[in-house]
Write a protein that binds this ligand. Structure first.
Ligand code: GTP
Ligand code: MG
Length: 197
């Protein structure tokens, strides 16, 4: 898919404030600092469409971007950020779960996972909940530039084996680097494939 236009639409504090669900939507989610906003910028060929930061917890609202004037790309706040207060963390979790369960035009969630780490409980539990809730999702490994290619392959295998302990089928997996602008094209291909733009 060629990105002709990508524009920021709005930030919403709750799912009811999101733009009218008139176009297909795809959302990026994952732990704080995993690289959601950076990958959105890399895929859109835009330096700072989505705000990024070295400090976790940068994205605190639901941010909608309109792409090619016919689909929405959504940047969600990160989950599992330990340094915010318990009540704020609960608020984030509520915001995310309400969005996922109520957003009618959501076609697919992309769950981002840092390729350098072994499978984390919080991510596995979140994916388990998505599966049980019948929410379609794919896994996107981020920051692949931080490992040698052997390390990337090894960690993907470890992740697959972990998932296969709980499930029969694996979701689609993508290996990406926002830094090197790699892997985003396959995600765009998937998005194209699931629509008739
Ligand atoms: P929150 O909004 O806080 O949930 O974080 P986020 O998931 O949106 O992460 P963000 O894109 O802000 O990136 C966090 C940090 O990781 C930044 O310092 C980025 O420069 C860095 N980063 C993101 N993607 C990559 C990547 O592919 N490679 C490398 N080397 N660094 C990356
Ligand atoms: Mg962010």
């Amino acid at each position: 898919m060629v990105i002709k236009t990508a524009e920021f639409v709005k930030s919403s504090q709750k799912w009811q404030d999101c733009p009218e669900p008139t176009m297909p939507e795809y959302a990026f989610i994952g732990r704080s600092n995993v690289g959601k906003s950076s990958l959105i910028n890399a895929m859109m060929n835009h330096k700072d469409l989505a705000k990024t930061s070295q400090t976790p917890g940068k994205t605190q609202l639901i941010n909608h971007f309109l792409v090619n004037e016919n689909w929405y790309l959504t940047d969600l706040p990160g989950y599992g950020y330990a340094k915010v207060s318990k009540s704020l963390r609960k608020d984030f979790e509520k915001l995310i779960t309400n969005y996922i369960l109520n957003r009618k035009n959501l076609v697919n969630l992309f769950v981002l996972v840092d390729i350098r780490h072994t499978p984390q409980k919080i991510d596995l539990e979140f994916m388990q909940w998505l599966g049980e809730s019948g929410v379609p999702f794919s896994i996107v490994f981020t920051k692949a530039d931080k490992l040698k290619s052997g390390g990337v392959d090894r960690n993907v295998e470890v992740y697959k084996n972990e998932l296969l302990q709980a499930w029969e089928d694996l979701p689609d997996l993508y290996v990406t680097s926002a830094e090197k602008k790699e892997g985003g094209d396959l995600i765009l291909k998937f998005i194209q494939k699931t629509n008739d733009f």
